[in-house]
Design a protein around this ligand. Structure first.
Ligand SMILES: Nc1nc2c(ncn2[C@@H]2O[C@H](COP(=O)(O)OP(=O)(O)O)[C@@H](O)[C@H]2O)c(=O)[nH]1
Ligand SMILES: [Mg+2]
Length: 600
C-alpha cells in the first residue's frame, strides 16, 4: 500500500553543509582545550554524526496506552512491536531502513556488546523484543538496555527515515516517563498521539509543550476513534483542537484514526479498510512531508541542537574562566545570588506578558472599529445602488437579475481593496506592538546574561544582533474569500406562488434583506480572517519569546553549577589555560553568531 520511493537522505552537502562546517570548527576549538569538556565533545560529535547520516528521526510520542506501538505496526504492515492493554514499551526502539528484518539490543554500559537477532521459523522478532523492551520481560529495565534498533524493509523508511517507538509518559513506571522526556533531543519531528479515552490530560499538554520547544514539527493524531459515533468523533476533535490551540500557535491539523483497524486492514490486505481507518491519510501526509519538508525540518532541528550546545559551551567556558579566579566560598555565594534574582525576573516576564495581552485586546478593538467603518461604507456604496434600481425597474425578473449582477460584480471589487487596506493598518500596528514586546523579552534575556556576567566578573558584551527573529504575518487570502451569490431559493418560491404586484413588493424586500445579509457576511469574513492572524501572531510571540527566556535561564544555571564542580581542581590551573580558554571563548562566540545566521 505504501508507494515505494528511492532513498532520499537529508545529506550534508545541501543546506546543512554550513552546519557541518561550524561543528568541525567547534570541535577543533575544543581540541585546543585538551581533555576537558568531554560531554560537550561527545554531544557535538553525535550531532556531527547525525548530520552526516542524513537520517531523519520521527518519533511517536504520547501518553502510555494511546496506541503508539499499534500505530507503528500499522505503518510497518506487521505485528512487530509489542502492544498490550498494560504499559508495555519501556525502552526506545529505533526502526531503521534495512534490506531484511533484524534487531540489535544495545546496553547502557558501552563496553557490553550488543545482542543481534535475526528472526527465524523458531522465534519471531516480536517474541525476541518482548524479552527486552517490555515491562513484563524487562521490569524496571533491570537488563539495563539503552535502546533497541530494528532494521526493517518497509518502503516508508527507505526515504532516509528512522521511526522511534517510545515509552509513553504518565504510567506508574516513572522511568518510562523519564525516557519519554530524555528522548526529545534525539528526534527531529514527532507524531503526537492522543485518544478520546480519556481526553487529553494536563500531563500530556505539559509534555507537548516540551515537545514543541524541542522539535520543529509535530503531527497530531487522535487515535481509537472506532470507539465513537460521528457526533462524538466531531466533539472529540473539536475539544482536542481547542486544547492544542494555545500550544501550537494556531489551529492544529488533527488526523483522526483507528490504528488498530488500520493494522488489521494492512494484515488483511484490505485497501478500503486502510482508507476507512484514517491511516491512508496519515501515510499520505508522511510521504508528502518526507518528499517536501523533511530536509528543511531536519536542518532546523539540527540547527537548534547545535545552537543549544554551542551556547551552553560558550557560557560554560566563560564561567570556567571566571571560576579560575574565584575561591569556592565566593563562587557558592554568587550562585546563590543568581538564584535569588530569578523570582524577580519571572515577575518581569509576567508583567511583559500582561502588557502583550493588553496590546492584543487594543489591536482587536482597532480591528473592530475598522470593520464597522467598512460595513457602513459597503452599505453606502452597494446597497444605495440596489435602492436606486428598486425605484427605477418595474419588471420583477429584470430587477432580480440586475440586483444579482450588481452584487456579483461589486462585492469583490469593493471588498478586496478594503481588506487590503485594513490588513495593512492592522499589520503596521501589530508590528509596532510586537516589536516592543520582542524588545522587552530580549531585554529580559539580556538581563539574565548580564546578571551572570556581573556576578562572575565576565566581561559583558551585548550581542551584535537581536536574539529573536519573529515577524508578523498577515493571513493569506484571495478575492475568492468574498461571497457574492445570493440564495436563489427565494426567487423560485416567489415566482411560483405570488401575484405580480405583490411579488414585486416582496422581491424588493427580499433583495434588500439578502443584500444586507451578503454584505454582513463579507464583513465577517474580513473580520474573522484578520482576527485569526492577530491571535496567531500574538500567541506565537508570547510562546517563542517566553521559551527563549526559559532556555537562557536554564543554560546559565547549569553552566554555573558545572563551574562549581570544577572549582575544586583549580589550584593547579595555570595562566596558559587561562589564555587557551580566552581564545576558545572568542572562537565560540563567532561560531554562535554564524549558527544563528545559518538559514535552512
Ligand atoms: N479500540 C482501539 N484500540 C486500540 C487502537 N489502537 C491501539 N489500541 C489498543 O490500545 C492498547 C494500547 O496500545 P499500544 O499500541 O500498546 O499503546 P502504547 O502504549 O501507546 O504503545 C492496546 O490494547 C491496543 O490494542 C485503536 O485504534 N482502537
Ligand atoms: Mg508501546
Amino acid at each position: 500500500m505504501l508507494e515505494s520511493l528511492p532513498e532520499n537522505r537529508t545529506g550534508a552537502d545541501g543546506p546543512d553543509a554550513g552546519l557541518a562546517d561550524l561543528l568541525n570548527r567547534a570541535l577543533t576549538c575544543l581540541d585546543s582545550l585538551g581533555d576537558d569538556y568531554t560531554d560537550y565533545r561527545a554531544g557535538l560529535e553525535e550531532l556531527q554524526q547525525r548530520l552526516s547520516s542524513g537520517r531523519f528521526r520521527l518519533a511517536v510520542l504520547g501518553q502510555f496506552k494511546r496506541g503508539k506501538s499499534t500505530l507503528l505496526n500499522a505503518l510497518l504492515g506487521e505485528n512487530l512491536l509489542p502492544t498490550d492493554i498494560l504499559p508495555v514499551t519501556a525502552i526506545p526502539t529505533y526502526i531503521l531502513p534495512g534490506e531484511r528484518l533484524e534487531a540489535e539490543v544495545f546496553f547502557e554500559a558501552e563496553e557490553r556488546s550488543p545482542i543481534r537477532f535475526v528472526p527465524s521459523a523458531e522465534r519471531s522478532l516480536a517474541d525476541f523484543l518482548g524479552e527486552y523492551v517490555t515491562e513484563a520481560g524487562n521490569p524496571n529495565n533491570r537488563l539495563q538496555v539503552d535502546r533497541v534498533e530494528i532494521n526493517h524493509p518497509a518502503p516508508l523508511l527507505q526515504q532516509g527515515v528512522v521511526l522511534i517507538d517510545t515509552p509513553g509518559i504518565g504510567s506508574t513506571h516513572r522511568h518510562n516517563t523519564e525516557v519519554a522526556y530524555r528522548i526529545l533531543p534525539q528526534c527531529d519531528a514527532a507524531l503526537f498521539l492522543v485518544s478520546p479515552d480519556p481526553p487529553i490530560t494536563e500531563a500530556e499538554l505539559e509534555y507537548l509543550m516540551d515537545i514543541h520547544q524541542s522539535l520543529p514539527r509535530t503531527f497530531f493524531l487522535l487515535n481509537k476513534v472506532d470507539f465513537l459515533d460521528e457526533q462524538e468523533r466531531l466533539a472529540s476533535l473539536q475539544f482536542l483542537s481547542e486544547q492544542l490551540c494555545p500550544i501550537c500557535q494556531g489551529v492544529p491539523q488533527i488526523l483522526d484514526i483507528s490504528a488498530r483497524k488500520g493494522l488489521k486492514a494492512r494484515l488483511d490486505e484490505d485497501p478500503e479498510g486502510w482508507k476507512k481507518s484514517g491511516m491512508r491519510r496519515v501515510e499520505k501526509s508522511l510521504v508528502e512531508f518526507f518528499a517536501h519538508e523533511k530536509k528543511q525540518v531536519f536542518c532546523e532541528s539540527l540547527q537548534r541542537r547545535v545552537h543549544d550546545q554551542l551556547n551552553n559551551l560558550h557560557l560554560q567556558l566563560q564561567l570556567s574562566l571566571s571560576a579560575l579566579l574565584l575561591p569556592e566560598t565566593e563562587l557558592k555565594e554568587k550562585i546563590a545570588q543568581f538564584r535569588q534574582s530569578l523570582p524577580a525576573i519571572e515577575r518581569e516576564k509576567q508583567a511583559a506578558e500582561d502588557i502583550l495581552s493588553g496590546d492584543h485586546d487594543r489591536i482587536v478593538t482597532r480591528l473592530n472599529e475598522e470593520v464597522a467603518q467598512i460595513r457602513a461604507r459597503a452599505r453606502e456604496a452597494i446597497l444605495a445602488r440596489l435602492e436606486s434600481q428598486f425605484l427605477t425597474l418595474a419588471d420583477t425578473e429584470e430587477l432580480e437579475r440586475v440586483c444579482r449582477d450588481i452584487l456579483k460584480d461589486e462585492i469583490p471589487v469593493f471588498f478586496a481593496p478594503e481588506m487590503r487596506k485594513v490588513g495593512q493598518i492592522i499589520q503596521q500596528e501589530a508590528i509596532q506592538l510586537l516589536t516592543l514586546h520582542q524588545r522587552r523579552c530580549d531585554e529580559l534575556i539580556e538581563k539574565v546574561r548580564q546578571l551572570a556576567a556581573e556576578l562572575f566578573a565576565i566581561p559583558y558584551q551585548a550581542p551584535a544582533a537581536r536574539q529573536s527573529y519573529l515577524s508578523y504575518e498577515t493571513p493569506s487570502w484571495s478575492s475568492q474569500l468574498f461571497i457574492s451569490d445570493m440564495d436563489p431559493l427565494g426567487q423560485k418560491l416567489s415566482r411560483k406562488f405570488l401575484t405580480r404586484k405583490y411579488r414585486h413588493r416582496k422581491t424588493v424586500k427580499r433583495l434588500r434583506e439578502e443584500g444586507t445579509r451578503l454584505l454582513g457576511l463579507n464583513v465577517e469574513q474580513i473580520s474573522w480572517t484578520l482576527r485569526r492572524g492577530i491571535d496567531e501572531s500574538f500567541r506565537k510571540y508570547q510562546a517563542q519569546l517566553g521559551e527563549q527566556l526559559d532556555k537562557t535561564i536554564r543554560a546559565t544555571r547549569e553552566a554555573m553549577e558545572i563551574a562549581l564542580n570544577k572549582n575544586e581542581s583549580l589550584a593547579s590551573i595555570n595562566a596558559a589555560r587561562e589564555i587557551r580558554l580566552g581564545k576558545a571563548i572568542k572562537t565560540l562566540g563567532e561560531l554562535l553568531l554564524a549558527v544563528r545566521k545559518e538559514s535552512c
